[in-house]
Design a protein around this ligand. Structure first.
Ligand code: CTP
Length: 439
């Protein structure tokens, strides 16, 4: 998806996140090669040292001079060029990189990489590196859907790539060749974000994290329910961010919670679908005792219909019918009560109408009443950052009195910043007790 809101807000927020990182940007010969210029600019802006390697075919679509200007370093194209080999050889490029990105990765490049070929500089560098490799495929939809391309990619993303190769995209949409379908290079900002994720700190290594996301649905009858407008995007972003930082993540996903993008990557998330608050309560009871951190982004119902009518309430019978509601227990407070020795670290979300000091006061009350370690307050009524939006802006209040405001950014970026705050506060892991008492 190329979402203009994400594209506009993310580049600024990537600043500095790749400082000290060395990235080799490989460009292969497809029409999307021109977008690699923007990717190069974003990576440099994020602080990375970028060395560009282009295939011969790529130079037909975009000039090395453009990439040289944007990266601030000579562009390498030829495996057998004695000048550039003397200056920085392909083995040094491969050895010194923290990450290799191939964008666009054409069907031909994917096939050659899958075959382990090294017949040009780029494939030689990919074959020789021990760094992670990120592929951003781009091609005609029929080439993309061709079983050969898919098999080649599967091979690279699986054991054939040594577990180091991941992919991002492609997007759906109109293609340069006139077809409409999958095959468009995913937006450069998304590739840069994926690179940041791959290079994310492992500050949640080995931690077990549980995230609740999305709305709950409380049945009125067999076809109707009471729900809310929560989209699950913030929870999905927190789950993906935690997994990228090395956590073992369980996502308790209410209806409509988005799938976590990316495949074949280090992001492996256990996902448990829940519908009602009662489902969520049961899932929490199973998942939280062994957790190191629990984040409750879910917009859990406060009330449910006292009875569930069987079948479908008829319009005729319903004249004058009132729905009798009964309170739903506070699940967050329940998890807080069940904690032992301060584990798990418990984070609530406060969905407030209106921001400012009043929002923070209400959030502080919830922090105290529910007994969690931190609460993330957000104004769900504000344009562009409420339920369903791609962005968020939050204020985090900690039980020890600390307060941190995170300005508007994509939900993924906010999630990254939240884990940056929470990771150092998680209780130290008791050695050898990781799974004590839990299957
Ligand atoms: N929460 C919960 N169980 C509920 C309701 C809310 O666990 N039955 C959790 C949410 O997951 C969130 C936090 O409590 O982490 C705050 O939710 P919020 O809707 O902001 O507050 P409420 O407790 O519902 O209070 P109010 O309706 O007064 O805003």
């Amino acid at each position: 998806m190329s979402d203009p809101a994400t594209s506009e807000t993310s580049p600024a927020s990537l600043d500095g996140t790749l400082a000290t990182r060395r990235i080799v940007l490989g460009i292969t010969g497809g029409i999307a090669a021109y977008k690699a210029a923007e990717l190069c600019r974003l990576l440099v802006k994020a602080g990375a040292t970028v060395r560009v390697v282009m295939t011969e075919a790529a130079t037909r679509f975009i000039t090395p001079l453009t990439l040289q200007t944007l990266s601030g370093a000579p562009v390498s194209t030829d495996l057998f060029d004695s000048g550039s080999e003397a200056e920085i050889g392909h083995i040094r490029l491969a050895d010194e990189a923290d990450l290799l990105i191939v964008a666009p990765a054409t069907a031909d490049a994917i096939a050659r990489l899958a075959a382990g070929m090294a017949n040009d500089l780029l494939t030689a560098v990919v074959l020789a590196t021990r760094a992670p490799v990120l592929l951003a495929p781009a091609m005609n939809v029929n080439m993309w859907e061709n079983p050969l391309t898919q098999a080649n990619l599967e091979r690279l993303l699986g054991a054939g790539g040594g577990g180091r190769i991941t992919s991002v995209g492609p997007d759906q949409g109109p293609l340069a060749c006139g077809w409409i379908g999958a095959g468009r290079l995913i937006e450069p900002v998304e590739i840069a974000a994926a690179a940041i994720r791959l290079l994310a700190p492992g500050d949640l290594d080995g931690q077990r994290v549980v995230v609740t996301a999305g709305p709950t649905r409380e049945p009125v009858d067999d076809v109707r329910f009471l729900g809310n407008r929560s989209s699950g995007k913030m929870g999905a972003a927190l789950a993906a961010s935690a997994a990228a930082r090395g956590a073992r993540v369980t996502l308790l996903a209410g209806p409509g919670t988005p799938a976590i993008p990316g495949r074949g990557g280090p992001i492996e998330i256990e996902r448990i679908e829940v519908e009602t608050a009662a489902d969520l309560e049961r899932a929490l009871a199973t998942a939280t005792p062994s957790a190191d951190a629990v984040v409750m982004t879910a917009a859990v119902a406060d009330f449910r219909p006292r009875t569930r009518a069987s079948g479908k309430l008829s319009r005729r019978a319903a004249t004058g019918v009132a729905l009798e509601l009964t309170p739903v227990p506070d699940l967050l407070a329940g998890v807080a009560r069940a904690r032992q020795n301060g584990r798990p670290f418990l984070i609530g979300f406060a969905a407030e109408i209106g921001g400012g000091a009043a929002m923070e006061t209400r959030a502080a009350d919830k922090l105290r009443d529910k007994g969690c370690d931190a609460i993330v307050a957000n104004d769900v009524s504000a344009a562009g950052i409420g339920f369903g939006a791609d962005d968020n802006a939050v204020t985090v209040l900690f039980a020890d009195g600390a307060r941190v405001a995170i300005p508007r950014a994509s939900k993924r970026e906010v999630a990254d910043q939240l884990w940056h705050l929470f990771a150092p506060r998680l209780p130290p892991k008791a050695k050898g007790k990781e799974t004590a008492g839990h299957a």
